[in-house]
Design a protein around this ligand. Structure first.
Ligand SMILES: [Fe+2]
Length: 198
């Protein structure tokens, strides 16, 4: 897949590739990618471009992502979401791959959960307890390590996020959790809508 045309996004691709080439421990790799993401999120051209992105998340069941780029060598991808104001996602994880979720505009509250059961991970029943809650705004990056269970709550206005994932959705399983019944469901993640980032 071609690199995005938007200059700040092209630079970000090059920075991530240079980091991957160093063969770092994944925790260190993703904390460095997170640091490199800051300038992109405040880039005026990216902000301008994001105004033209279509709405992708209207509520719990219908989740889509824009797909801007998939790296041919390392497999990381650039996605985006445009989240409807006040929408609440399911409790879910992003499978066992890293995700960096960077807000461009708007505000969201991220709820974090942990399992307190010994049931099989993909089957359950899962017992969840809330272990955190934090607000993010423009320029903030929410780092989601492999398997991390969470829920996103949209703020009072639509929000836009730029996302880096270690692998393209659909190439691994993700989980949603029913907090009342403990049911765990496997899924292929968001539907991808290829979109040119320029
Ligand atoms: Fe999520």
């Amino acid at each position: 897949m071609e690199k995005p045309q938007l200059p700040a996004a092209r630079r970000f691709v090059d920075e991530i590739r240079a980091l991957y080439a160093q063969d770092l421990d994944p925790d260190i790799l993703w904390s460095k990618i997170k640091d490199a993401m800051g300038p992109l999120l405040t880039d005026p051209d990216l902000k301008e471009s994001s105004k033209t992105w279509p709405l992708t998340v209207e509520g719990a069941p219908k989740v889509k992502n824009l797909l801007f780029y998939e790296d041919p060598d390392y497999g990381f991808v650039f996605n985006a979401t445009v989240r409807k104001a006040n929408s609440v996602t399911s409790v879910h994880d992003h499978g066992d791959v890293w995700t960096l979720y960077g807000l461009i505009e708007g505000h969201e509250t991220m709820y974090r959960y942990e399992r307190s059961d010994d049931a099989p991970r993909d089957i359950g029943p899962a017992k969840l307890k809330q272990v955190g809650r934090h607000n993010i705004g423009p320029g903030d990056v929410d780092s989601v390590p492999p398997g991390n269970i969470h829920q996103e709550h949209g703020g009072p206005e639509n929000s836009m996020a730029f996302i880096v994932r270690a692998q393209k959705a659909g190439t691994f399983k993700q989980r949603t959790y029913n907090q009342e019944t403990g049911e765990v469901k496997l899924n292929d993640g968001p539907t991808l809508i290829p979109h040119e980032l320029r």
